[in-house]
Ligand binder design. Structure first.
Ligand code: FAD
Length: 457
């Protein structure tokens, strides 16, 4: 059997390399550290956790916890070691980061089918089955090669993302659907503000606390002119936002009458926050122009001052940081293969999933499929009602134009057949449906044996 090449020993690459080896396929596994460190990594160990030591909420009726449980059932080594090295963290799966990474490094290095090389890969290998998992801080030479492979418009280097809000947490008695000047279909949800509400919001935004930028983020931000954080726009003057993303012209709530009628002049909003639909089902809404560097707690506090968003539930907060990621909806299928080269797969933050657990899930799927391709088997996609399946379905089918990284969340799951108002109950049903379907799928698609072995002759 020809070896599979896995490039990058972060969470995704470590999981991928293990799944390849576990299925009996040799793997050449590259990690550039310690010869070369990224600006965020500090050790030579595999699966280094670059910031927090937490994989998120543990309970399976939370999005992260459901993904943990799916990965446990799929035989993930990263989640297995996380469970083994867990430390008390009040309902979250947090680990002793040093022990966790050291253990994974030893386990991988000792596997007889893993040829572990501490080298930087500067070009995508042109032959063989390859998994790219070099993360948000992929080294510059490889980034350039990948950019040539994908085409320059399909790579991003800086993530300046606005918060994403769960649709049903938006108060529709206040927010109204409309497109500016009623052009085309009413495509935006609009949160109108009167003058008083706007001024209070403006003052709160100016006074809100920002997260400190890392040096490498500050450098990257220079490449991102024209995409100013909302708080910086606010600081430029009281009306700057009203001439930018909060522009009210051409937006009127038709429930109040005809906006062009001069008699309705005083009903026209003073400012409007627009939200654009993020997913096909309309469960996720992106706050237009609200890329921000505010601390997450401050974002929740200040953005909930916007009329209609008082009870907003955020699935992703706004961020501005260096992040190399590809335009997955253009480039990848839900099996994590590149559409332009079926033997090239990718996983982790590089494909626009966000967070440690999502990177691990991508590593599981890319590694499983790489091994299957090496054995001449059909690649598989995970069931869309699972959190892992929904994540890869989302990143491979979202709108390419506005594509931004996505963490696991319940908004990306297909809706339940019946509407359940109680949130806890609803999330419990999502969990049960996902885990039942995963168990059924494992038997049907994998014969409940290690994924990559199924169908092997
Ligand atoms: P990584 O874990 O970054 O792994 C990629 C690996 O590839 C690295 O080991 C790197 O050295 C290696 N590599 C890069 N280029 C090459 C090359 N050319 N050849 C060989 N090896 C190479 N997520 C969270 O869930 N919680 C957090 O607290 C959090 N904090 C973050 C803080 C920062 C500063 C950054 C940048 C990201 C943070 N993230 C956080 C997101 C985080 O990056 C991902 O969740 C996760 O690390 C992604 O895993 P990955 O395997 O895709 O990438």
């Amino acid at each position: 059997l020809q070896p599979v090449y896995v490039i990058g020993g972060g969470l995704a690459g470590t999981e991928a390399a293990w799944q390849v080896a576990r299925s009996g396929v040799p793997v050449v596994f590259y990690e550039m550290r310690p010869e070369r460190l990224s600006p965020a990594h500090h050790t030579e160990h595999l699966a280094e956790l670059v910031c927090s030591n937490s994989f998120g909420a543990m309970s399976a009726d939370r999005a992260a916890g459901l993904l943990h449980e799916e990965l446990r059932r799929l035989g993930s080594i990263v989640i297995g070691k996380a469970d083994h090295h867990a430390v008390p963290a009040g309902g979250a799966l947090a680990v002793d980061r040093a022990e966790f990474s050291r253990d994974l490094t030893e386990t991988l290095a000792q596997h007889p089918l893993v040829d572990f090389r501490r080298e930087e890969v500067r070009q995508i290998p042109t032959d063989g089955v390859v998994v790219l998992a070099t993360g948000p801080l992929t080294s510059p030479d490889l980034t350039e090669d990948l950019r040539q492979f994908t085409g320059r418009d399909y790579m991003s280097f800086f993530d300046a993302a606005s918060p994403i809000v769960v649709g049903e947490s938006i108060d529709r008695d206040v927010a109204f659907m409309a497109s500016r000047y009623d052009k085309g279909e009413a495509a935006y949800l609009n949160c109108p503000m009167n003058r008083e509400q706007y001024l209070q919001f403006y003052q709160a935004l100016c006074a809100a606390e920002q997260a400190p930028l890392k040096d490498f983020d500050r450098e990257s931000a220079k490449f991102f002119e024209g995409c100013l954080p909302i708080e910086e726009l606010a600081q430029r003057g009281e009306d700057t936002m009203r001439y930018g993303p909060l522009k009210p012209v051409g937006l009127f709530d038709s429930r109040l009458g005809d906006g062009r009628d001069p008699a309705n002049r005083d009903k026209r909003p003073y400012a409007v926050v627009q939200l654009r639909q993020e997913d096909k089902a309309g469960q996720l809404w992106n706050m237009v122009g609200f890329q921000t560097n505010l601390r997450w707690g401050e974002q929740q506090r200040v953005f909930r001052m916007i009329p209609g968003l008082e009870n907003a539930e955020f699935v992703r907060m706004g961020v501005m940081h260096r992040n190399t990621f590809i335009n997955a909806p253009e480039l990848l299928s839900a099996t994590l293969q590149f559409k332009g080269r079926a033997t090239l797969l990718a996983a982790g933050q590089l494909i626009g999933t966000e967070g440690y657990t999502a990177a691990t899930a991508g590593g599981w799927l890319a590694g499983t499929n790489a091994a299957r391709i090496a054995r001449g088997l059909e690649p598989i996609a995970l069931p869309p009602v699972t959190m892992s399946g929904a994540l890869f379905e989302f990143i491979s089918s979202a709108s390419p134009k506005h594509f931004q990284p996505m963490p696991p969340n319940f908004g990306i799951l297909p809706e339940l057949p019946t509407k359940i108002r109680n949130k806890q109950e609803r999330y419990g049903q999502y969990r049960d449906r996902a885990l039942d379907e995963l168990d059924r799928w494992k038997v049907e698609s994998l014969g409940d044996r290690p994924a990559a072995l199924v169908g092997a002759t």
